[in-house]
Ligand binder design. Structure first.
Ligand SMILES: NC(=O)c1ccc[n+]([C@@H]2O[C@H](COP(=O)([O-])OP(=O)(O)OC[C@H]3O[C@@H](n4cnc5c(N)ncnc54)[C@H](O)[C@@H]3O)[C@@H](O)[C@H]2O)c1
Length: 253
């Protein structure tokens, strides 16, 4: 068994890896020895991640600038990655989070949120599953959200999408466990990333967050990375179908 945190030789597909939580987690994965394939359509965030990657780790980072909702292109990219072998770890992380009252959303706007947050995860999982199944080992992490616990207004398509991912986490965990594949969710609390910019008064929001958390400091990408590295490790092989809150004790189950 490899040491906990040792990801040497592991290939990771990470959607939306250039984002606020993905940036730090990708660097942590590289430091742990993993080869990381990121799919993210944001050019400036990709460049920022490239710039922050130490030169000695850069050859294991593959930044693929692509829209995850272009399904034929996504399938083609995944097939290309799979040409050189199975992908061991899939992190379904990319998300959009528009905010407005339920009756202001058109059906197309609601579908667009599901296209990024859920459909891309379906496609990635479907494409990578045969390789994981054949090798008898795999780790899938679906990134959900504290908003699923209730208490947030104006995010109904987003919360819908995270509910779908939680359901898929349990359904896939049940179905894939016999092949040595674990499937877990991580539910981040409130981290100060782009996702937080939807709030009109950042200082008041930060106070609100700290009041609700048991731990009286803001979360960091390293907090998220630590949970991710644990769930995808060899040591976490007996944990599946689980949802892990990483929220400083805001929600407690
Ligand atoms: N930051 C938080 O406080 C928080 C709280 C709860 C849940 N989350 C969840 O954590 C995950 C990461 O959040 P984050 O804070 O890093 O958000 P983020 O917006 O910084 O990162 C999301 C990434 O997804 C990419 N993306 C979006 N649509 C895409 C598309 N169509 N094609 C390709 N890439 C696309 C974006 O470019 C971005 O880099 C998300 O699933 C989010 O819902 C975050």
């Amino acid at each position: 068994m490899t040491a906990p945190g040792d990801m040497s030789g592991r290939r990771v597909l990470y959607s939306g890896a250039a984002g606020g939580l993905g940036h730090g987690t990708t660097l942590a994965l590289l430091r742990a020895g993993a080869e990381v394939y990121s799919i993210d359509h944001d050019h400036s965030k990709n460049e920022c991640l490239r710039a922050d990657t130490p030169a000695e780790l850069a050859d294991r980072l593959h930044l693929i600038e692509q829209d995850l909702t272009d399904t034929p292109a996504l399938r083609a990219t995944l097939q290309e990655i799979l040409r050189s072998g199975a992908v061991d770890v899939l992190i379904n992380n990319a998300a959009i989070y528009p905010s407005k009252p339920f009756d202001d959303y058109t059906l197309d706007e609601q579908r667009q949120v599901q296209a990024v947050n859920v459909d891309a995860a379906l496609v990635c999982t479907a494409e990578l599953l045969p390789g994981m199944r054949n090798q008898g080992w795999g780790r899938i992490v679906n990134v959900t959200s504290i908003t699923l616990t209730g208490g947030w207004e104006n995010l109904s398509p987003y919360v819908q999408s995270k509910g779908a991912l939680l359901g898929l986490t349990r359904a896939w965990a049940r179905e894939f466990g016999k092949w040595g594949i674990t499937v877990n969710a991580i539910a981040p609390g409130a981290f100060p990333t782009d996702a937080e910019k939807i709030h009109p008064d950042p200082e008041a929001y930060a106070r609100f967050v700290l009041e609700h958390q048991a731990v009286k400091r803001r979360g960091t990408p390293d907090d998220f990375a630590a949970a991710t590295l644990f769930l995808i490790s060899e040591s976490a092989g007996f944990i599946t179908g689980h949802s892990m809150a990483v929220d400083g004790g805001w929600s407690m189950n």
